[in-house]
Design a protein around this ligand. Structure first.
Ligand SMILES: [Zn+2]
Length: 350
């Protein structure tokens, strides 16, 4: 009997997941760089939403006036689509309309909402839906305050508010070390890390796609952007994780993934980070732990492009895929074994 083992690398996977927004559940980030819609069946929405949320967003329901906790919410923050986490409204444009529904005079961005004509209930109104997932949100009327004169009358049930906490401003770090699925999963487990996004960095091309980067046609490398609380984890500690997660002496590749799109890069945002990276590389070269010199590049951060939705939290969504089993999981375990004290205890793999 033959047991054929095929390792599908990062470049060969099929698109079988459309888990938009799911990468952003812990700490919502107002991402307006998305390019794909979120499409789900009614059955899938039913699983994700409460019956009330489903009724409002998918069956054009209207919540009872004066029933939303958001009607008089004065906190500073952002209101997201409860269905797909698209940022819809900022508290900066919220006003008290006295109607019983949370009201705003402008959407968060040009990618927040769509307007369409709703002729139900014997009247013609402008219906507002989420531009990304099509969720029904409410209506817009022309009796709002300046500067727009519009009143976006929203069902609070369709919204998810995230308060801005000035004490919790997160820092960012960006690294590349081969397949971003693995790096994302590694850093998601690090203490003090709130969110990790898979994407592309290191090249000059605008709006790169996975196919373009994967073919080696761009200057970008698969990268991760890490949002972390610098009071809980330092940049030098992230460097320890970064270097432990890879063979930093491998040139233009990582493990089975070959090509400059898999090269290793430590991006820095200021002189202190540059110095920290150079010091740590010097330390590693001196340590005798590697037979070849450290090949990771040290370059200034310029721009990070978020990857397509199906790459976010890939390992979590595809735990049984051969590449994940054969490459990613062992890599995560090796990293955790090297610096266990830096990981959240509940994320340590057996
Ligand atoms: Zn939405």
């Amino acid at each position: 009997m033959f047991a054929a083992l095929t390792i599908f690398g990062c470049t060969q996977s099929s698109k079988n997941s459309n888990a938009a927004g799911s990468a952003l559940t812990d700490n919502l980030i107002p991402d307006t760089s998305w390019t794909t819609s979120v499409v789900k069946t009614n059955a899938e929405w039913k699983k994700l939403l409460t019956p009330e949320q489903y009724n409002i967003t998918r069956e054009q329901g209207t919540e009872k006036p004066f029933s939303s906790e958001y009607e008089h919410n004065k906190d500073t923050g952002i209101y997201y689509c409860v269905s797909c986490k698209n940022p819809l409204f900022s508290s900066a444009t919220k006003f008290d309309s006295g109607t019983g529904w949370p009201s705003f005079y402008a959407p968060y961005s040009g990618k927040s909402v769509n307007v369409s004509v709703d002729n139900s209930e014997g009247t013609s109104r402008d219906e507002i839906s989420c531009q990304r997932c099509g969720a029904h949100l409410g209506h817009v009327f022309r009796d709002g305050p300046k500067p727009t004169g519009l009143r976006y009358c929203m069902d609070g049930v369709a919204l998810q508010f995230q308060k801005e906490d000035i004490n919790q401003k997160l820092s960012k770090a960006t690294f590349a070390a081969g397949c971003f699925w693995c790096e994302e999963a590694v850093f998601e487990g690090v203490k003090g890390v709130r969110e990790v996004i898979s994407g592309y960095a290191g090249g000059n091309e605008e709006n790169p796609t996975y196919e373009q980067v994967g073919s080696g046609a761009t200057g970008h490398a698969e990268s991760v952007e890490i949002y972390y609380d610098s009071t809980q984890v330092s940049f030098p500690s992230l460097l320890k994780v970064f270097f432990a997660s890879q063979d930093p002496t491998q040139v233009n590749g990582q493990g089975p993934d070959k090509g400059k799109q898999y090269r290793s890069i430590a991006f820095y945002r200021n002189d202190a980070e540059k110095q920290a990276i150079e010091d740590y590389i010097a330390q590693l070269n001196k340590s005798g732990a590697y037979s070849k010199p450290i090949a990771a590049q040290v370059i200034p951060y310029t721009k990070f492009w978020q990857a397509e939705d199906y790459h976010q939290n890939y390992i979590q969504h595809n735990p049984n895929e051969t590449y994940v089993q054969v490459e990613s999981i062992p890599r995560i375990k090796r990293t955790q074994k090297a610096v266990p004290e830096l990981f959240k205890p509940e994320k340590l793999l057996k």
